[in-house]
Design a protein around this ligand. Sequence first.
Ligand code: NAX
Ligand code: ADP
Ligand code: K
Length: 505
Amino acid sequence: MKILAPQQIRDLDQYTIQHEPISSIDLMERAAQHVASELMEKFYNKRFCIFVGTGNNGGDGLAVARVLDDFAYTVKVILVKTSVKLSADASINLDRLLKTNPTCLSTVKKIGEVDFGQIKKDAIIVDALFGSGLSRPLEGLYKSVVDAINELPNKVVSIDIPSGLFAEYDKNSAQGNSIIRAHTTLSFQMPKLSFFMPESGCHVGQWHVLDIGLARNFIREQPCSHYVVSKKQIKKLRKKRPLHSHKGNYGHALLIAGSYGKMGASIIASKACLRSGVGLLTAHVPHWGYGIIQSAVPEAMTSIDRSDMFFTEFPDLNTFSAIGIGPGLNKKRNTVLAFETMLDNMNSQALVIDADGLNILSENKHLLGKVPENAILTPHPKEFERLVGVWNNDMDKLSRLKKFCQQYQVFTVLKGAYTVTCTPNGTCYFNTTGNPGMATAGSGDALTGIITGLLAQNYSPEEAAVVGVYLHGKAGDLALKKESTESMTALDIISCLGAAFKKIG
Ligand SMILES: NC(=O)C1=CN([C@@H]2O[C@H](COP(=O)(O)OP(=O)(O)OC[C@H]3O[C@@H](n4cnc5c(N)ncnc54)[C@H](O)[C@@H]3O)[C@@H](O)[C@H]2O)[C@@H](O)CC1
Ligand SMILES: Nc1ncnc2c1ncn2[C@@H]1O[C@H](COP(=O)(O)OP(=O)(O)O)[C@@H](O)[C@H]1O
Ligand SMILES: [K+]
């Protein structure tokens, strides 16, 4: 699914109005019907308190109030209005509401006029103050109202976008601004880019997309560099196994991971790689780790380093279709040298670099030029910061991500709640599977193993990264059915990979 920019969304509205064709008031009605249905389904028989502004987001709120009232829901509407006139469609919806239920509405022009005390604790607050038309941070009356709503214990549902939040996060949206903290956001047609950023996404709560029938052909034709990964897309990418295939068809992966005291990284990455369908796996480990890996992962072959404790040499690379390097490696001088020599000796093998592999790159920036094109780097935010420097805000982080991938012609999987895979041309795929239970030691090592396993099976780097991240998150979500966010471990995630594949279908 595309994530269009604010101007594209405005153009999409206009295009739909002209080409469907549908009048803007009817489009608003259609949007409001969707919102009201969702509210009635999610909050059956609850009472609602709807805060509306003067633009079309307010118009939506007024229309939603009328629909809910038609279904005999108890609704209070608070129109927050400075001197600004209502938009044409908001004005029509105000008249319609006044005709059906004039007593549900109160208009406030000063903060003191809002009687927050009379809002019942179990009422659902609907936030329809501002939508995608927000042009500056909230101040005055609107800021006070939003601050006061945020103090209430009630659940808040935002229409389209939490009021005060910019659809595309920028320097205006610096922290400290007043923004509704929604429990749920019902976003029209597509999520907004700011939903995916930690600094701004924390205001959105759970978001759901409502398909209000905006022109699909227009969306299809829009240039776009931000996408949300869908299950449908993953299903299309999954490679089915022919009946007469054999393990030679599924590649031979090499995992260079683990060192003295960190053999767990090798075990976790190896187990995840095997559970991702690789045909053969060789784990390269320090001499000292031989017995450990052989007994913990009997399915893997081993390549033993001459060093007792660290990675200092590598086997003949020509045997392998994909290489994963980094988890638990350490950054000893000889390890750095071996890593550099390996980069110099790579032919056509696909490559994943994680953890200490990335830290070695940030401490030896000249090595970045040796990373082969289309390699996949999988940093968490701290590792990424070491590579590109400190960013000012999340939007800056995203632009550094694109620049980095373009400069070095690599894929970067920047991990987080919404892990983003950025391609060498700067296209970003946001992943929505996964949960905070996955913030646990070794969870990233599992991802390295999964992506390496997929690469070995001939998934392209883009496919391996996007599918791998999706599967990893899905397995984490399935693990959460048995475990809690606290108790989940990396091995729990790996044990659910099979079920995650099955869920893709
Ligand atoms: N145009 C369409 O076809 C549709 C639009 N829809 C709704 O329309 C919304 C966008 O409507 P609008 O463009 O009217 O935008 P808003 O409803 O977000 O309001 C924008 C208005 O508020 C003013 N404003 C912006 N920032 C302000 C601030 N910080 N303090 C005070 N006033 C401020 C603007 O000058 C403008 O008058 C969407 O989010 C969605 O909810 C839906 O009805 C679906 C269809
Ligand atoms: N809040 C979260 N929601 C979803 N996924 C998460 C969350 N926190 C962490 N993860 C995932 O868990 C993994 C953690 O990786 P990483 O930090 O490299 O762990 P480690 O270094 O311990 O292996 C990443 O894939 C990340 O996307
Ligand atoms: K809103």
